[in-house]
Design a protein around this ligand. Structure first.
Ligand SMILES: *[C@@H]1O[C@H](CO)[C@@H](O)[C@H](O)[C@H]1NC(C)=O
Ligand SMILES: *[C@@H]1O[C@H](CO)[C@@H](O)[C@H](O)[C@H]1NC(C)=O
Ligand SMILES: *[C@@H]1O[C@H](CO)[C@@H](O)[C@H](O)[C@H]1NC(C)=O
Ligand SMILES: *[C@@H]1O[C@H](CO)[C@@H](O)[C@H](O)[C@H]1NC(C)=O
Ligand SMILES: *[C@@H]1O[C@H](CO)[C@@H](O)[C@H](O)[C@H]1NC(C)=O
Ligand SMILES: *[C@@H]1O[C@H](CO)[C@@H](O)[C@H](O)[C@H]1NC(C)=O
Ligand SMILES: *[C@@H]1O[C@H](CO)[C@@H](O)[C@H](O)[C@H]1NC(C)=O
Ligand SMILES: *[C@@H]1O[C@H](CO)[C@@H](O)[C@H](O)[C@H]1NC(C)=O
Ligand SMILES: *[C@@H]1O[C@H](CO)[C@@H](O)[C@H](O)[C@H]1NC(C)=O
Ligand SMILES: *[C@@H]1O[C@H](CO)[C@@H](O)[C@H](O)[C@H]1NC(C)=O
Ligand SMILES: *[C@@H]1O[C@H](CO)[C@@H](O)[C@H](O)[C@H]1NC(C)=O
Ligand SMILES: *[C@@H]1O[C@H](CO)[C@@H](O)[C@H](O)[C@H]1NC(C)=O
Ligand SMILES: [Cu+2]
Length: 620
């Protein structure tokens, strides 16, 4: 069959699918979540979270408008879990968003829970565990929504999906205690042991000459962003995070944790050679680059299986700048114009530092997100008219009440020297401003001695007429961004950094959108409540679990006190010494100081310091 015939068959199918849309189907997955073993980098076999006895996990695939049902059984035996469907709007189904202590209870071993919602969106998404540190243990995979009405549907011959991720050899339960530890006051993130390409390495992707492929790229990392390019090929970006874009040519992408790109890749006509697909981990994010860690990887676009395959010589200058396509410039295909001026503005300042308990935390406006005793959604549903009073959710969840259909601006200034991929649940957002831009000046203010650049609402470049939209956006070091969306989706939606380490350090805020409308439209399914009962968590009351007086927050979980700015505790100094001396002798810094004297010291000397961590852990 020639290509022309193929295309016309596709068009007929497209029309047919269009007619079928009103009778969308239900797609059901049964997930028996258990431990299995895997060795994707060939360096170490380890326990990973499998589904139905397998890892890599199944790619969820649905057609636009389908109902997706996932029956999840927690067969892990020793760990709570949940699933979040990243990028799904969950419009009318906030209870299916999968965040422990926000929209549900953590599901304990031996319990089941069903997720059930419709998918009115198109594009490339993913699913992952959202209970403590759990997706780096392997619980993450692609979720693809096929859309026969996509404008580029008749422009490609085949599609494939590639996930990019970082990989740790140790279990999160082993790494995490050494991360939020008095011996790591600077909060140095654990260095991955490897970087995976589609959950493996050294792979060849066979392609035919003269064809067009839709390639869906998903970053399922816990920490590290990657550059992606294919030698001697350019491609057209057609989607970011579920939003179709005007086809825009690019050659190098920077894909941070949780971001997705779909590209149309046109293959060459000649089949005399293969081409390197190159991924480069962003070493700027790593405090130390251990000598064994391989940052640059070559996989192959295979035109000819008998032709040689070489290793790429990578020449991107990634240390002084960010040499990749700037997503800020992408224009959505639907050309949604700049939304009107905001009705409601949220100002957030990002910082990372140690608290008086000697542990490293991350902050929005000096508040580090601290889990409530009752999932925030359940507080909304049990609080009647008080649901619009932010106080009941505890100031330590960083709550913001958004009025129904308000145009909301979120202005985020970054006082931290790191870059952070921020994700908003339940929405995509327009990107109005970001500074510095991708390119040579991206790291211009990274130095700790620089004062950085703050957004000035009275003096800023004109906003784009058709701003890029996505659900995960990279924040530059010591720079800022401004995003805008309409609060048209009643629910409790988290806004947080998607680096799993930073989320655990508290870099999160809770947007409580139209809580009274939410009360009117939502009730919690019995199996979700049963999971709470099995886990011993209350399903009514304010953030402190008080049902008598919602304004009485006594007993709420709080963050530790501040230490005078610029001072380290004595313990902090010791810890710095430990981390400087051993950090970086070995493959995994934290594992190294986990084994040093530091750890014994923590057990005996952590004392009051551990209290907050204990109260955080107790709940999850
Ligand atoms: C899940 O898988 C485990 C291990 O194969 C098995 O023992 C268990 O019965 C399964 N549970 C369910 C609910 O399917
Ligand atoms: C991939 O290739 C590199 C370089 O040849 C090798 O060191 C590594 O072990 C390979 N990885 C796997 C999983 O085969
Ligand atoms: C999913 O939700 C729909 C609509 O509420 C309901 O009709 C259906 O029975 C539910 N399916 C499951 C498996 O719970
Ligand atoms: C989904 O695709 C339809 C066309 O099928 C388009 O009208 C709509 O804007 C798309 N939605 C998003 C979120 O891109
Ligand atoms: C990537 O991995 C998934 C699941 O393991 C597999 O289904 C898919 O075919 C792989 N993609 C490519 C391009 O090989
Ligand atoms: C995925 O994101 C992580 C975290 O930002 C990053 O380190 C990694 O390089 C990214 N991977 C790819 C292939 O883009
Ligand atoms: C491949 O050949 C076709 C038809 O001969 C031509 O239209 C196309 O431009 C060629 N593609 C490339 C990348 O040279
Ligand atoms: C494939 O590569 C081999 C080895 O380089 C070469 O001899 C052969 O001609 C190539 N085949 C095609 C169809 O280009
Ligand atoms: C990389 O450099 C080496 C040494 O200069 C060279 O032999 C090799 O062909 C180069 N590889 C590519 C893909 O250009
Ligand atoms: C990996 O890529 C970086 C960035 O381009 C480069 O500086 C470094 O030399 C590369 N390393 C190797 C082993 O190719
Ligand atoms: C955070 O606290 C410091 C010290 O108390 C204060 O100077 C600063 O203004 C606060 N920042 C925010 C954003 O509230
Ligand atoms: C949610 O649904 C409402 C009502 O159908 C609609 O107006 C709104 O645009 C939707 N919001 C999102 C984020 O899908
Ligand atoms: Cu972060």
């Amino acid at each position: 069959m020639n290509l022309q015939t193929l295309i016309s068959i596709r068009n007929i199918c497209a029309i047919a699918l269009c007619l079928w849309e009103s009778s969308a189907k239900t797609v059901t997955y049964d997930f028996n979540v258990t431990w299995v073993t895997a060795n994707p980098d060939g360096l170490a076999e380890r326990k990973v979270i499998g589904i139905n006895g397998h890892w890599p996990l199944p790619i969820i695939e649905v057609d636009k408008n389908d109902r997706l049902v996932v029956n999840m059984y927690n067969g892990l035996g020793d760990k709570d879990t949940s699933v979040h469907f990243h990028g799904m709007y969950q419009n009318g189904t906030n209870s299916m968003d999968g965040l422990s202590m926000v929209t549900q209870c953590p599901v304990p071993p031996g319990s089941s829970i069903t997720y059930n919602f419709t998918v009115p969106q198109n594009g490339t998404y993913w699913y992952h565990c959202h209970t403590d540190y759990c997706y780096p243990d392997g619980y993450r995979q692609a979720l693809i929504v096929n859309d026969a009405n996509a404008y580029f549907y008749d422009q490609y011959d085949e599609q494939f999906t590639i996930t990019l991720s970082d990989w740790y050899h140790e279990m999160m339960t082993e790494i995490a205690p050494d991360f939020i530890s008095p011996y790591n006051p600077a909060g140095a993130e654990p260095i991955p042991n490897a970087f995976l390409f589609n959950d493996t390495m050294n792979t060849s992707i066979p392609v035919q000459p003269g064809k067009t492929y839709l390639v869906r790229l998903i970053n399922t990392s816990a920490f590290v962003a990657q550059y992606f390019y294919i030698e001697d090929h350019t491609f057209d970006i057609v989607e970011i995070d579920g939003i179709y874009t005007e086809p825009t040519q690019a050659s190098t992408l920077y894909i941070h944790v949780a971001q997705r790109y779909s590209i149309l890749l046109r293959t060459k006509n000649a089949t005399d050679q293969n081409y390197n697909i190159v991924t480069v981990a962003d070493q700027v994010l790593l405090d130390v680059v251990p000598s064994h860690l391989v940052l640059n990887h070559t996989n192959w676009l295979e035109y000819n299986s008998s032709a040689p395959k070489t290793q790429a010589n990578v020449t991107l200058d990634i240390v002084s700048g960010l040499p990749a396509f700037d997503d800020f410039t992408l224009v959505p295909y639907d050309k949604q114009p700049l939304l009107p001026d905001p009705d409601y503005t949220i100002n957030l300042q990002v910082a990372m530092r140690e608290l008086a308990n000697g542990l490293p935390y991350a902050f929005f406006n000096n508040i580090t997100y601290t889990r409530p005793d009752v999932p925030t959604l359940y507080t909304v549903l049990s609080s009647g008219d008080l649901a619009t009073n932010a106080a009941i959710y505890s100031q330590y969840t960083n709550p913001f009440i958004l009025p129904k259909n308000a145009v909301v601006d979120v202005i985020v200034n970054n006082a931290d020297t790191g870059s952070h991929p921020f994700h908003l649940h339940g929405h995509n957002f327009q990107v109005l401003a970001r500074f510095p831009s991708y390119g040579p000046s991206f790291y211009a203010y990274k130095s700790p001695t620089s004062s950085g650049v703050s957004y000035d609402p009275n003096n800023h470049p004109a906003f784009p007429s058709f701003p890029a939209r996505r659900d995960t956006l990279v924040m530059p070091p010591r720079g800022y961004f401004v995003i805008r969306f309409i609060a048209d989706n009643p629910g409790v939606w988290m806004f947080h950094c998607h680096i799993d380490w930073h989320l655990e350090q508290g870099l999160a805020a809770t947007f409580i959108e139209a809580p009274l409308e939410l009360q009117a439209q939502l009730s919690i399914p019995a199996d979700h409540l049963a999971a709470c009962e099995a886990r011993g968590i209350k399903t009514t009351g304010n953030a402190a679990g008080n049902v008598e007086d919602f304004l009485d927050l006594r007993g709420e979980n709080k963050q530790a006190g501040f230490i005078p700015y610029g001072k380290f505790t004595a313990k902090g100094y010791v810890a710095m010494g430990v981390s400087v001396s051993s950090a970086c002798a070995g493959i995994l810094c934290l594992a190294v100081y986990g084994m040093s004297d530091g750890k014994g010291g923590k057990k005996s000397g952590g004392g009051g310091a551990g209290a907050l961590v204990t109260s955080r852990e107790k709940l999850t």
